[in-house]
Design a protein around this ligand. Structure first.
Ligand code: AOF
Ligand code: ZN
Length: 371
């Protein structure tokens, strides 16, 4: 912030770059959403963002945009939400493109934690470019939180999402669980659209036959991959018998389906978008590691109670959707956890709240406290 509380110029343009970066959410995983703007004499002459995995990086998109407009970028400033890369990956180094363009100043929000990408800042400085780092750094790390967790830990970012009654029930006593919350469903679909994969347990697949796709009218999105935790092989057995019975396996949703199972089903031919994984160890840690190997940087846990209980200790974020309903007897969200009262304080803090327009539903967003 400037002294008057008004954002200074660097923050002003970085905000625009961050807004552009967000457009890539859900399309770029496991790479980062990145945005860039080029400014000369107070005018924005180029804008760009990373649009999808494997596509041009934000910096090159912004340079291309300026070129298409026929403007000369020499002497301009580039604002970019992540340190420019200095490596030959799917594209050649952004540092080279910046240096060749004649840009004289680069403002960066966050340093790149990915060691593979090289030292972009050093390269720019060595080539006489002025560099400023750390403008809206926290905001940039927030936008690219999946990437930061994935690159620094080798594990996906885990978001746990449940819909429950006021008394913490996700299903009534006969197991029916559909439509506990209605009004805030758009929030759920937004969550699905930004995660690389959603995970459900066998019980949910067998009871609810869920689709788990994104339904957001008039918006561009990508359906997340689906991961099924099928410890006893119950889903697999049914799928082998009749795959068409399951919404999850409908090829129209254009996504991968990964099943973790104890069932060794050699010689069974599945469609190419289905992958069965049968690691010896089906612990949560191991499943997360296996998913990271599949390029899954973000995982949305969608239920049911057994899966919620197993994944809560690994969740980075929790979205609780509450309806003004009461089931009394029924399935509790975390009923498989046995926690002594003195240890019941979970290391989360409430970050955000949203009440539905009809005042009947509440979304509570919780984040694991930073140590
Ligand atoms: C992106 N988009 O806009 C920027 C990235 O696999 P590659 O060759 O596309 O390189 C990916 C790495 O490049 C990524 O991990 C990050 O460190 C860096 N910057 N990546 O996908 C971008 N600026
Ligand atoms: Zn790059």
């Amino acid at each position: 912030m400037g002294k008057s509380g008004v954002p200074n110029n660097d923050e002003f343009y970085m905000k625009i770059a961050l807004r552009l970066a967000k457009k890539g959410l859900g399309f770029v995983n496991p790479n980062p959403p990145v945005g860039a703007v080029i400014v000369k004499d107070g005018n924005i002459i180029g804008r760009g963002y990373h649009t999808r995995f494997g596509a041009l990086h934000a910096e090159r998109e912004a340079l291309l945009d300026a070129k298409k407009k026929g403007v000369d970028v020499s002497g301009a400033t580039m604002y970019v939400t992540l340190e420019p890369c200095d490596h030959y990956g799917k594209t050649s180094p952004c540092t080279n493109a910046i240096i060749e363009s004649g840009i004289k100043r680069v403002v960066i929000a966050a340093r790149d934690p990915n060691p593979v990408s090289g030292d972009g800042i050093k390269k720019l400085l060595k080539n006489g470019i002025e560099v400023k780092v750390g403008v809206l750094e926290d905001e940039a790390k927030e936008v690219a939180k999946f990437f930061f967790k994935y690159v620094t830990t080798g594990l996906p970012y885990v978001t746990l999402k449940y819909a429950s009654t006021l008394d913490g029930k996700i299903a009534d006593k006969i197991g029916s669980s559909k439509w506990i919350t209605q009004e805030l469903r758009k929030e759920v679909h937004k969550l699905r659209s930004i995660h690389k994969a959603v995970l459900v347990g066998a019980e949910t697949v067998l009871k609810d036959n869920p689709i788990l796709n994104v339904r957001l009218p008039k918006m561009k999105f990508k359906n997340p991959d689906v991961v099924v935790l099928d410890e006893n092989g119950r889903v697999l057995k049914k799928v082998i018998a009749d795959i068409d019975k399951f919404e999850l396996f409908n090829p129209n949703y254009d996504r991968r389906v990964i099943i973790f199972s104890s069932n060794q089903c050699q010689n069974i031919e599945f469609p190419e978008y289905v992958k069965v994984k049968t690691p010896e160890n089906l612990s949560v840690e191991n499943i997360l590691k296996e998913l990271a190997k599949e390029g899954i940087d973000s995982l949305l846990i969608e239920g049911g109670a057994s899966v919620f209980s197993q994944f809560l200790p690994y969740a980075d974020e929790v979205y609780g959707f509450y309806a003004t309903k009461v089931f009394g007897k029924g399935k509790s969200i975390f009923e498989h956890l046995e926690i002594p009262v003195e240890e019941s304080e979970i290391p989360f803090e409430i970050q955000n709240l949203k009440i539905s327009k009809n005042m009947k539903e509440l979304m509570v967003v919780m984040r694991r406290c930073s140590q």
